[in-house]
Design a protein around this ligand. Structure first.
Ligand code: GLY
Length: 412
């Protein structure tokens, strides 16, 4: 099987590393990729990953048997539709189904029809209606960009002025705003393979969205993750599949827009049970970097079965014992404007996945984005995996960089 992965982050680096272990894979490419993927995958040029004709053309030209689309923007833009229309199997939902992430208002409508627990929400698209709408909510206020915002469109604050200011920034930029009631309880990410009807959950994981230790500072695209969750009920994944994911998948199917790909349920485990914080239409970053090292089932075969409607034929997934912890190394300034162009020492070590990196002509790896590297530690349990991850982080040098020191420390 010739597999082409679309994307440039640490998630895509994790995907190609995992697929390189699948004996069915005869050729692997990543477009546009990053400075780390070359060890296992051919790196192909792709000027615009959100252009369906470009991606479909590349897939045909490279004779791909399977295209795996990593990020949400190409999915929301309809790239999976274009690849399938070109006759190539594609892991990733249609634009119509990807709206579950692309429009939070659409996601709320689907959840309401499917009777799935989620926060009460109101959409505001006119600044004149903002204050009255905010007055209908209690602190802490949850203010979200209705569209895609790379994890940075959400502000959760008990300060009404801060909540209002964020909403006004979004409205001034022409983005509708979603106000939500706050869901209390630990957050869990449950990734589910979905082939239109059949649902197979992966291991539950947890990510760390705030930039600072003890969940302080602004939201980011994700500063770390771990899997599995030893503190969660053993039945958590199956319960969420039957009460949340399957009803949503059935609702999308009934609307004529079946979901095929990875449905990411972001959940809060509230005192009355799991409730949906958000759905995403793709593998999450950085949870994927923690989950895939534990997966023993060959990944390319699994994604191909999902993409071609044969997930029900797949045997139960096989997981390695133990745990994985991911620590994200970010550039100075992130999640604001990151400082880029600095030489990174230790970026090519084992367990280091690239994201915001570029390789110079002299071979040096330099920073080129906010989240620069994902450092993966594994071990017999979370304590050992944590030690392994931080031991690896300590060997990396990037001037001004920062990372959280408490990933997987507080487990719940
Ligand atoms: N881990 C958050 C996300 O992938 O959106």
């Amino acid at each position: 099987m010739r597999v082409l992965v679309i994307g440039a982050g640490a998630r895509e680096h994790a995907l190609v590393l995992a697929m390189a272990q699948d004996p069915a894979v005869t050729a692997l490419a990543c477009a546009p990729g990053n400075a780390g993927v070359h060890s296992v995958a051919e790196r192909l040029g792709l000027p615009d990953p959100t252009d369906g004709e470009q991606v479909a053309g590349l897939a045909r030209q490279w004779h791909a048997d399977l295209v795996v689309i990593g990020p949400e923007m190409p999915l929301v833009a309809g790239v999976a539709d274009a690849v399938r229309a070109a006759g190539v199997a594609c892991f990733g939902p249609s634009a119509a189904a990807a709206a579950i992430e692309g429009s939070k208002a659409f996601a709320k409508d689907v959840m309401s029809a499917a009777k799935v627990p989620t926060a009460h929400a109101e959409t505001v698209d006119n600044p004149a209606h903002l204050d009255a709408a905010l007055a209908r909510f209690e602190p802490p206020y949850v203010v979200k960009d209705d569209g895609l915002a790379a994890g940075k469109g959400v502000v959760v604050s008990s300060d009404l002025d801060e909540a209002r200011a964020h909403a006004m920034t979004l409205l001034d930029a022409g983005h509708p705003v979603l106000l939500e009631s706050f869901l209390d309880g630990p957050e869990v990410s449950l990734f589910c393979l979905v082939d239109g009807r059949t649902v197979r959950p992966l291991l539950p994981a947890q990510d760390f969205k705030r930039v600072g230790d003890d969940d302080t500072g602004p939201n980011t695209g994700g500063m770390g993750s771990y899997a599995p969750l030893p503190w969660a009920e053993a039945s958590l994944a199956d319960d969420v599949v039957s009460t949340i994911v399957e009803p949503v998948v059935a609702e999308l199917d009934a609307r004529g827009t079946p979901f095929s790909g990875l449905l990411y349920a972001g959940l809060a485990l509230t005192s009355t049970g799991p409730a949906v914080v958000e759905f995403n239409c793709r593998f999450g970053d950085p949870e994927t970097q923690a989950i895939l090292p534990l997966l023993r089932t060959p990944l390319a075969g699994l994604l191909h079965a999902t993409a071609t409607g044969r997930l029900a034929e797949q045997l139960a997934l096989d997981w390695a014992p133990g745990a994985a912890v991911v620590v994200v190394l970010a550039a100075e300034g992130y999640p604001g404007t990151p400082r880029i162009g600095d030489v990174i020492v230790g970026a090519d070590a084992d367990g280091v996945l690239h994201a915001g990196t570029r390789r110079r002509d002299d071979g040096a790896v330099v920073s080129s984005g906010g989240r620069v590297l994902s450092v993966v530690g594994t071990g017999s349990d979370l304590t050992a995996a944590r030690e392994d991850a931080y031991r690896r982080v300590a060997k990396i040098r990037l001037p001004g960089s920062h990372y959280r020191s408490d990933i997987a420390l507080k487990r719940q």
